[in-house]
Each structure stands twice: as C-alpha cells, then as structure tokens.
Write a protein that binds this ligand. Structure first.
Ligand code: NAD
Length: 285
C-alpha cells in the first residue's frame, strides 16, 4: 500500500457506542421515557439474535422495552390485534415487528397496521413516501445508520456517483433514496443487473446489501473507492459481508468491516428512531 493511499476503516462500533452514550444522556434528561415494543413471531434463530442485540441496546440507553413473543402459527387476525393494542399504548412510542414473518402471514398488511408515528423501522408506506419526497420522518434503521456513518466521516455525497448493489425495500431502495436526497447520482443494481462490474467500476461510493459473500472483488472497483458493506452472511464459520474485504481493501480509500461496520449503526439508529418517535408523539420538539 502506498503512503498516499492509506485505507481508512469506517468503524461503526465506536461511533455507535458514542451515539448510545448521547442517547442515554438525552433519555435521562427527558420528561418522558421512550418505549419500544419488539414483536417476535416464531423461533427463527437469526431473528432471535437480532432481537437480542436490539433489546440489549435499548435497555442500555434507558428505553422502556416490551418484548412480545408470539407462536409461529399465530393467525393474521391475532397478530393485527397485538399491533392495535401497541398502537394505543401510551407507554409505547416505537413498534418493531421482526422480519421475516412466517410465510402464512401477510407482512405488508402487518406493517401497514402499525401507526406510522410509531413505525421505528420506517417500512410503513407513509414513511417510505416521506423519504421519497425528501422529507424523511422515520427512516429505515440500516439506511439511517449508513448515512450517519458517511456523514460522521465527512464523506461527500453531492454530485458523487454512488452505486447501490441490492434493491430490497429494507435496505437497497431506501438507502438509494436517502443518497439521492443528498444529491448523489445513484445507480441501483440487483441480481438481474447485466454486467454488474460495468456499473461498480464507476462508483465513487459503493454500497452493498445482497447477502452474497465475495460478490465484490478488486477488479470491480476503482482506486480510491469508498465501500460500505451492509451484507451479513455466515460463511465458512465466519460472519462476512458482500465484499472480499482483504482483497479489495488496498484499492479502497474507506471501507467498512463486517462485523463492526453497518451492523452496530443499524441497531443504534433504531434507538434514535425510538427517541425521535417519542418526541414527535409527545410534542417535545
Ligand atoms: P434481500 O434478499 O431482500 O435483497 C437482496 C438484494 O440483493 C436484492 O435486491 C437482490 O436482487 C440483490 N442481489 C442478490 N444477489 C445479487 C447478485 N449476485 N448481484 C447483484 N445483486 C444481487 O435482502 P436484504 O434484506 O436487503 O439484506 C441484504 C443483506 O443485508 C443480507 O446479507 C442481510 O443480512 C443484510 N442486512 C444487514 C443489515 C445490517 O444491519 N447490517 C440490516 C438488514 C439486512
């Protein structure tokens, strides 16, 4: 690696810890304790781990937490009743339904049933709409985490060419929208994109969220690229992202590690959303 090209690791761990400290102080000083309900349906092991991260972090900063564990075979009607109860609860300002839901349930009907003011995952069509017109309210946590990480590291977005690999409603699409709102020029790629490399090669900033290990190799990026890898996959006994980290690292000016990059930023963004939701609901801003 040459002297003038030192790769900087975009760590989410330290930044997320700092934001958690700030949140804890803000919550201690707040007149109202923010409350978060986490709804977990069934026994999916990955979902249980994600819920554990989210609930531990919530408790650490002083968010009141209600974990609602429901059986795998719960009916749509019963699940909607749980959401209706949480929508009405005065103690709850944020409702998170851990995805994916079992196949027999209609995910979008469940998301649309959440009061948009309490939709701390930012998946309700109303919040998606606000983001699309450039007036974001509650933004999906991974998107918010990526934007916070870029901003904290003074990475310029206006006019830059960002290639977003992955076009899901959870990560790819909202992140592309948030980047466009910051005046980046955004290309969105997905699994049917022909010649992915022809696009990624031109990226000033490359963001990936596919769940395909080693999808991004050194020949696919230009010298000095900023890489944000949101992928999380268990591969050969390790947790890895979408980027062949070791191989690509020397070409990147900035790169996120996996784990320790986008993951902790996602969790802390959910906590920020819960505080934001509480302030809006209670009229505290
Ligand atoms: P998804 O399966 O809903 O979407 C994957 C996207 O990647 C799709 O748009 C698909 O077209 C695209 N894709 C798949 N294979 C591709 C290929 N070969 N080339 C180009 N595009 C391809 O998944 P998701 O929910 O968006 O999650 C994606 C990844 O991000 C997963 O690894 C997931 O674990 C991770 N994730 C991480 C966080 C976090 O906090 N870091 C949060 C959510 C999801």
């Amino acid at each position: 690696m040459s002297e003038e090209h030192l790769t900087k690791i975009l760590s989410g761990t330290g930044l997320a810890a700092q934001i958690r400290r700030e949140l804890k102080e803000a919550i201690e000083e707040s007149k109202v304790q923010p409350g978060l309900a986490v709804v977990l349906v069934g026994q999916d092991p990955a979902s249980r781990i994600y819920v554990k991260f989210k609930t531990q972090a919530s408790e650490e900063v002083g968010i009141y937490l209600e974990t609602v564990e429901l059986p795998e075979d719960i009916s749509q009607k019963k699940l909607l009743k749980v959401i209706a109860r949480l929508n009405k609860s005065k103690d709850i300002h944020g409702i998170l339904v851990q995805l994916p839901l079992p196949r027999h349930l209609d995910t979008y009907e469940v998301i649309e049933a959440i009061d948009p003011a309490k939709d701390v995952d930012g998946f309700h069509s109303e919040n998606v709409g606000w983001l699309s017109i450039g007036e974001p309210r509650l933004m999906p946590a991974t998107t918010k985490g990526i934007m916070t990480l870029l901003e904290a590291n003074d990475i310029e977005l206006a006019g830059k060419h960002v290639v977003m690999v992955g076009a899901s409603n959870i990560v790819g699409k909202p992140t592309a929208m948030a980047l466009l709102n910051k005046n980046a020029t955004v290309t969105i790629c997905h699994k049917l994109t022909e010649d992915l490399k022809a696009h990624t090669k031109h990226a000033d900033i490359l963001i990936t969220a596919t769940g395909v290990p080693k999808l991004i190799t050194p020949d696919m990026v230009k010298e000095g690229v900023v890489i944000v890898d949101a992928g999380i996959t268990r591969y050969e006994g390790k947790v890895v992202g979408d980027v062949d980290f070791e191989a690509v690292m020397d070409k990147a000016s900035y790169i996120t590690p996996v784990p320790g990059g986008v993951g902790p930023m996602t969790v802390v963004s959910l906590l920020q959303n819960t505080l934001e939701a509480m302030r809006a609901i209670e009229g505290l801003d």
